[in-house]
Design a protein around this ligand. Structure first.
Ligand code: SF4
Length: 234
């Protein structure tokens, strides 16, 4: 594992010259009938080493698929300083199991600062800023495990698009349902964070995550507040 804290250059918003927004929308529609392997294969071909995968380590499903196509693909994990012990144990198990090319990025904050100026600002400093510094330094495109059935806010998520930073964002699992995910995980010995079987359908930082309730798989995140997203996917 490489622990890289050197991505402190100013975030440069830019657009990859290779694909227009219209190109991405066309490709996204074309990929709707395919599967995640096809999407990841295209992304590896299109972006080469400038493609990274952002992993939360709720499971290693997307990592498994991506490594079947490019075993050296760079994985980035945002260590907010407030992950559950089970999540950090899953990172360690994945490192041993897959020999990951893993970069761990950190916020420029002390852990004691949690919520000092509210959850929006905490997520901005602990999650969004470290990923943005990393993307600005290393990537033209990033893979995420975001799915439409995570929550009503994500129902219209495209497979391919451009994020607000100007970086191409790829959600190869966007159309997969939870049962599909569980079946693939079972059939392929995917590593799964043990909190999942304790009712945590979405796993973030321990101060802001509870087991989910009802059909909304992200209902346990920032429970009791109006916040539904950390900002990474906007
Ligand atoms: S999930 Fe909670 S603790 Fe983690 S960065 Fe966001 S507000 Fe801070």
């Amino acid at each position: 594992m490489t622990t890289d804290t050197t991505f402190d250059t100013a975030v440069s918003l830019r657009r990859s010259p290779a694909f227009s927004d219209a190109d991405l929308a066309d490709l996204s529609r074309a990929f709707e009938g395919g599967g995640p392997h096809e999407v990841v294969g295209w992304a590896c071909e299109a972006f080469g080493p400038r493609l990274v995968l952002s992993a939360s380590f709720a499971d290693t499903l997307l990592i498994h698929i991506a490594r079947e196509i490019d075993p050296d693909i760079e994985i980035v994990f945002i260590d907010t300083g407030f992950h559950f012990a089970e999540t950090l144990a899953t990172v360690r198990r994945a490192l041993e199991h897959y020999s990951l090319n893993l970069s761990v990025v950190h916020p420029n904050l002390e852990p004691a600062d949690v919520w000092g100026s509210g959850v929006e600002s905490c997520c901005g400093a602990r999650r969004v800023a470290p990923l943005e510094r990393f993307l600005a330094a290393r990537a033209d495109a990033w893979l995420s495990g975001l799915r439409r059935d995570d929550s009503s806010d994500r129902l219209s998520a495209p497979i391919l698009g451009r994020d607000r930073r100007g970086v191409v964002k790829i959600n190869p699992l966007a159309s997969w349902t939870r049962p599909q995910l569980d079946r693939f995980a079972r059939d392929n010995d995917i590593l799964v964070n043990p909190l999942t079987s304790a009712g945590y359908s979405s796993i973030g930082c321990w101060p802001c995550t509870e087991p989910s309730t009802g059909d909304d798989l992200r209902s346990g995140r920032w429970s009791g507040s109006t916040k539904t997203e950390c900002g990474l996917h906007q």
